[in-house]
Ligand binder design. Structure first.
Ligand SMILES: [Ca+2]
Ligand SMILES: [Ca+2]
Length: 190
């Protein structure tokens, strides 16, 4: 009987130890561990961080690398933690692309981040943001159309510098761009 109790005790001890070890696996390497210093890294966010984004382009992307080469679940979230979409079979060192199913508003800032989970890791990227692109004729993107926008066209008249001064997108800055701005004169999008 004592022998039997002893066996059960040893068995319980083994099970308990296994559970403790299993719980500890989630990711704390020690300096003796061959995976010491292993990490997940995030790069090349799209839309580019702190940029103005075409409101018809709904793709979001991130490049993820996993030092242990594991397959990952990569999820994209708005800053309030709402899930945008995810890919649960992302391979190592790859760019993950998802598509937002909603609509972007012009002039509105969107804050987002990415979360990665794999056998070993559960990591979160830093926070990124972009803004829905301003109307073409609001050249300085300050949410109203006024003399400042007209002056941008005037100052670049007959230039081929284009950029946002080429409101019509034909490669030149001329009277057509000026009249496009004047057509929207006084508009307030704030
Ligand atoms: Ca403006
Ligand atoms: Ca033009």
């Amino acid at each position: 009987m004592i022998k039997k109790l002893l066996s059960i005790s040893i068995l319980m001890l083994i099970i308990t130890s296994s559970i403790v070890i299993a719980l500890d696996i989630t990711c704390h390497f020690t300096s003796n561990d061959p995976n010491w210093g292993a990490d997940v890294s995030f790069s090349s966010p799209y839309p580019t961080n702190q940029s103005w984004q075409d409101v018809s382009d709904k793709e979001l992307k991130i490049h993820v690398s996993n030092d242990l080469g594991e397959t990952m679940n990569v999820s994209f979230h708005w800053s309030d933690h709402t899930l945008i979409d995810y890919n649960d079979s992302a391979t190592n060192d790859t760019t993950v692309t998802i598509t937002y199913s909603g609509n972007y508003d012009r002039y509105t800032q969107y804050d987002w981040y990415v979360n990665v989970t794999s056998v070993t890791f559960n990591n979160q990227s830093g926070q990124f943001w972009f803004k829905g692109e301003a109307y073409d004729w609001d050249i300085d993107r300050d949410a109203d159309v006024d003399i400042t926008d007209v002056n941008f066209v005037r100052d670049n008249y007959l230039e081929t510098t284009a950029g946002r001064n080429d409101v019509t997108g034909d490669g030149y800055v001329n009277y057509l761009d000026r009249s496009r701005v004047q057509y929207h004169w006084g508009d307030d999008y704030s």
